[in-house]
Ligand binder design. Sequence first.
Ligand code: CA
Length: 246
Amino acid sequence: LVRSRGLGDVYKRQILYAEQSNEPAGDFAINILIVEDEEDVASRIANGVRQSGFVYEHAYTGDDAILMGQDNAYDAIILDLGLPGKSGLEVLKAWRAAGLTTPVLILTARNSWTEKVEGLNLGADDYLTKPFHTPELVARLNALVRRAAGHSDPLLTYDNLILDPARSRVSLDGTDLDLTAFEFRLLKYFMTRQGHVVSQSELVEHLYSLEGMRESNTVEVYISRLRRQIGADKIKTIRGLGYRFG
Ligand code: CA
C-alpha cells in the first residue's frame, strides 16, 4: 500500500462512499490492522470493523505486527497488549521508535491501569479495557481516524489520572469518575496547565462565562470536591498565588 494522499481526504471519500453504497469502499477504504492472538476476540473485532465498511488485516503475534505495521500504511491499529512472545507494549515501542505515527488503540486487561498508562506514555492514542463491546471499539476507531484526519483532541494524562476531552470522561486507576460538567471543565483546565500556578481570578475568569458563577469562594468549593475525587495531593494550594496541578 502506498499512501498518495492525505488521510483527511481518504476519510472524507470514505464517508461519501459509505453514504452512497453498502459495497466495500475499494481504494478509499479505511484500512485497519488488528493485532490479537485470541481467535474469537479477533473475529469479533473483524466483524465490527467490516460492518463499518473498513477493511482489515490481522496479525497474531508481536513479531508479525511489528513488520506489518511498518510495511503497510494503515489508517489505525488495534493492538492487544497481552500477546505471546513480544508483548503489545514492546510492539508499540518498536513502532514509535521506527517513527510510525499511525493511531493505535490498545486493548488492556481488566484492572491493569499501569499497562494503560504505560501504553499511553509509549504513544498509544486510545485504550479499551477487556471485555469490551464491539460497537464501542468501532466508535473509538472512527474517532481515532477522524482525529488523525485533523480534528485532534488528545487525551490528557497525569499519573493514574486520564482525561478524555472527546468523550468527556475521566478515569482514575482505570475506573471512571462521576464528575459534574463543571468539575470536568475545572479539571481539564488544570490538566492543560500542569505544573503552572493558576490564580484564583484566572480560574474564575475562565469558568465564569461557562457556568454563570463568579464567586471565588465557590471555586474553592469545587476544587475541594475535585480533590476528594482525584486525590488531594494533585491540586496544591500555592499560598497567596493560587493553585498548581501536578
Ligand atoms: Ca491476548
